[in-house]
Every structure is written in structure tokens, then in C-alpha cells.
Ligand binder design. Sequence first.
Ligand code: SF4
Ligand code: SF4
Length: 135
Amino acid sequence: MCFGFIFATAKLRKRITTMAIIITDDCINCGACEPECPNTAIYEGADDWRYKDGTSLEGKIVLPDGKEVDADETQEPISDEVYYIAPDKCTECMGFHETPQCAEVCPVDCCVPDEDVVETEEELLAKQKFMHPDG
Ligand code: SF4
Ligand code: SF4
């Protein structure tokens, strides 16, 4: 009779710290970034936003960070002047693309990391899965 040895392999999971993307006041309102966002996290200045836009979310939900929201409810615009990003919906494009697509197409490089919204890669991927459970 053979006895197997169980080797516990500790996986060192690297917790990469990253940030959501923010649009600065340098935005020229060209609109190029909006259709590129896989999470529909980008809105024109003064437009309302909703969690349900472009996602599978609907009705009362609890976000991965524990916050309770209504996905159907309109939310106040974050900027009245220029395009803006709803930080709760931005995943830095993780789960869809290798790089933030808004930053790729922006002609004036005003889509930059938001130092006030720091999240790990795991958190961003969990957020992406939460919004798009079917892929
Ligand atoms: Fe959307 Fe990606 Fe830009 Fe975030 S980084 S706003 S997910 S296009
Ligand atoms: Fe503003 Fe850049 Fe988006 Fe154009 S691509 S709307 S300049 S953030």
C-alpha cells in the first residue's frame, strides 16, 4: 500500500495595488473615451449615471465593498463641466483589457490614476465579475 504525501503549496498571491481612473479638468469633451469603456463607467458632464447602465445589475444590490445601492436609481453627476468616471464602476478595464481603454484613446492624456481610489487587482476583478457575472 502506498501512502501519498500531501505537500501544501503555499501560493504567494501578489496583491498588486492599483487605482481607478479619473478624468481631469484638462478634458476637451471630445467623447472618444465613452464608447470604449466596457463597464459604462464614463458619462458626459452633467449627465446622471446608474449602476445598471451597461452591466447586469438591477434593483437593490450590495456592492462588493458592502455598500447598499439601487442599481436602477439615477445618481448625481460627478462633474457638470467635463466627462467623468463613476469610480464604483471603473475596474481599470481589468477582466476585459490589458490597459485602461479610456487612457489609450484620450487625445490629451487626461485619464489618469485616481490616488484617492486605491484598490487591489483582486478587488477590481471582483468588481468586474460582480457587474458582469456572465463574462
Ligand atoms: Fe472604463 Fe476602463 Fe476607463 Fe475604467 S479604465 S473608466 S473601466 S475605460
Ligand atoms: Fe475627455 Fe479624454 Fe474622454 Fe475626450 S477622451 S472626452 S478628452 S477624457
